[in-house]
Design a binder for this molecule. Sequence first.
Ligand code: C5P
Length: 226
Amino acid sequence: MSTVAIPVLTVDGPSGAGKGTVSRLIASRLGWHLLDSGALYRAVGYAACMSGVDMSNVEVVTRIATMTRIVFHDPGAGGEIRVMVNGADVTDEIRTEACSATASAIAAMPSVREALLDKQHSFRSPPGLVADGRDMGTVIFPDAAYKVFLTASTKERGRRRYKQLKEKGVMVRLSDLTREIEARDARDASRKVAPLRPARDALQIDTTGRSVENVVEKIVALVCSG
Ligand code: C5P
């Protein structure tokens, strides 16, 4: 089967807009595969940090992006995907704020993005794919049949991220977190390659004050309407 015939739903947007939760639930509802592209950038950033290389050395970081074995274990039923880097489970380690900042920095390197291209395309397999990220609808799957771009107010995105970290036992100041999120989004949106922006044909949904279920229903309805 040509991969072009395999339907893709792209879910892009800034940090804390609800992409991860919504994508996981929709993939489970539809029985489709899930690509958490942010986890790929986080995994590369983590591997680079662990090997103690100079994070500003594009050539070395690109080599790490090419060589690192990144595997996702999907438990199904909407459960959390485990992220393995060179055989080690780093699911929790890659979610720290330090790793978020590293991921955003290395994601601005064009050669690192290029190194992760084939891996992302390989997720497109039957019966379909839900792809979560920043450039899913604009660069990685521009031919996707369904595209959404989720947004939410900065305040709400900070609050959501704060809650997530607190549940994991990570204590941070809400004001610091909100500032970091704003800085990361500004970098993601202003970089030269694959900047964070909605695809022209994406349905934009502001998730501020909406329940997860409400957003999921709206997107599932879009997919089911063909
Ligand atoms: O989605 P998540 O917060 O896990 O992504 C971490 C970082 O990875 C983002 O801040 C962004 O810089 C980068 N990223 C990207 N392109 C994607 C997904 C994530 O540049 N498709």
